[in-house]
Design a protein around this ligand. Structure first.
Ligand code: PA5
Length: 443
């Protein structure tokens, strides 16, 4: 079961202030629960953990099995933002960090940048592989995935022919609208729907996340069970609800202590993309109307030798949220050395994870002494169930926290600004007037 500890904030926070923010968080909880807030037509994510039909899971498995039968060993997942970060987070957390997989295809991601070198090198890999593709875009019109898909589609069609391409390509998009919907209907791709009432960054438990995670060989039933377990934990109107506590404490940090930056910390490199997914969830949900905590992430102990200096000693603008993993699933102990030239014999017989845990405790005390409050979220281990717990816990917390902050968690008006300029510079039809204006500004 997921746990939260706020003890690392005790020396910074008055209990009366905390109680005040718990009341505010409970009011925000009501808005989310009763669905009375801004963006309440985007609350479909709340029912995904226990509302995903078995038939849909069977359909994901049938895609996985049909690709296995074709010998597919590389699946390119094309999408950006909420259309890829959740799947990448789960797959990178669960994959072996060094060895190639034996029984499942390698899953790689594209369409999340516009780097020519990235795509060229991806195609180098595709040439050597047996390829399939999942293309994901809720709107069906986003430029980055559309560019990548055009290139991957051409490769698949040239190599396997148009008929087989329809088996090797699966689209996940809107039920009725968007260019990707039109294309997949015309080309006869198998397709799955991103529900209308589920926004990109809340979509990991929909086909957007579930299909890639399933195809990568992981147990999506366990993932959904973990999410359902977190859902039952955070669906109670109580000061003990961990999502209420998290939302209360992070808003208290922001409004009362002037903490403008939250660093999500992990001590396990396989959770690097949990940080990326979490940053998008909170950054796009809360960073608007001139408000919001800037979400940053760090992987310790690695980053203790880089931004650790800033966290310990720089501008006191930040607080930390540490995601603790209680149990390592692998065991490596430190041996004894007769010469002890590296002076490590005092650790002989210890598990490496024991050193990691002591580093975490030592860092916690040092950072608290340095003026950095710490929230801790703990899950048992890195597996599908616990990742599901983290997904739902953070989604629910984000909804409560954003309502407490006073913003609509489910829109992202700021994302449009760069697109307009880019389209004008790329001379997209319809943007002619803006092109002239922008070119003048760039002179
Ligand atoms: O959270 C969001 O809504 C966004 O990050 C989208 O996921 C992202 O912009 C991609 O959009 P689309 O799936 O429409 O291509």
């Amino acid at each position: 079961m997921l746990k939260i500890s706020l003890k690392g904030c005790d020396s910074f926070v008055k209990d009366a202030d905390y109680q005040k923010y718990v009341q505010k968080a409970l009011a925000a909880y009501d808005v989310l629960d009763k669905e009375t807030g801004a963006g309440n037509d985007f609350l479909g994510w709340k029912t995904l953990p226990d509302g995903t039909p078995e038939s849909l899971i069977n359909d994901f498995e049938s895609v996985r099995d049909s690709w296995k039968a074709l010998g597919v060993n590389l699946v390119v997942v094309i999408g950006i933002g909420g259309s890829y970060l959740g799947a990448r987070c789960a797959i990178e957390a669960l994959d072996h960090q060094f060895l190639p997989k034996k029984d499942s295809p390698r899953v790689v991601f594209a369409g999340n940048n516009l780097s020519e070198e990235y795509l060229a090198e991806l195609m180098d890999l595709a040439q050597l592989s047996n390829v399939a593709c999942i293309v994901i875009s809720k709107s069906g019109t986003t430029t980055e995935p559309a560019v990548a898909f055009r290139i991957v589609k051409e490769h698949i069609e040239e190599r396997y022919g148009k008929k087989e391409a329809a088996v090797r390509i699966v689209a996940i998009t809107d039920a009725v609208k968007g260019a990707l919907k039109t294309l997949s209907t015309q080309e006869g791709y198998r397709s799955f729907i991103v529900p209308d009432n589920v926004g990109g960054r809340f979509s990991v438990l929909s086909p957007v996340g579930l299909l890639p995670i399933c195809v990568a060989g992981y147990d999506i039933r366990a993932l959904l069970k973990g999410a359902a377990s977190a859902k039952s934990q955070v669906s109670v109107r109580s000061a003990e609800n961990p999502a209420v506590q998290y939302a209360a404490m992070r808003n208290l940090q922001y409004f009362e202590l002037g903490k403008k930056v939250e660093v999500l910390v992990t001590y396990n490199p396989r959770l690097m993309f949990l940080g990326e997914w979490w940053k998008q969830l909170f950054g796009e949900s809360e960073g608007k109307d001139g408000k919001g905590i800037y979400p940053a992430s760090a992987n310790f102990t690695t980053d203790l030798h880089s931004i650790g200096q800033f966290i310990q000693d720089g501008d006191r603008c930040l607080f930390e949220t540490v995601v603790n993993i209680e149990k390592s699933r692998r065991s490596v102990t430190i041996g004894s050395d007769s010469q002890n030239l590296d002076q490590l014999n005092y650790l002989a017989g210890q598990h490496v994870e024991h050193c990691n845990a002591m580093a975490a405790l030592g860092t916690k005390l040092a950072h608290i002494d340095g003026g950095v409050p710490q929230i801790e979220i703990s899950v048992e281990q890195v597996d599908e169930f616990c990742i599901g717990e983290l997904f739902y816990f953070f989604e629910a917390s984000c909804g409560i926290s954003a309502y407490l902050l006073g913003v609509n968690p489910f829109n992202q008006p700021g994302v449009e600004a760069y697109k307009k300029n880019m389209f004008a510079l790329l001379r997209k039809p319809g943007y002619e007037a803006q092109t002239e204006e922008i070119l003048k500004r760039l002179q």
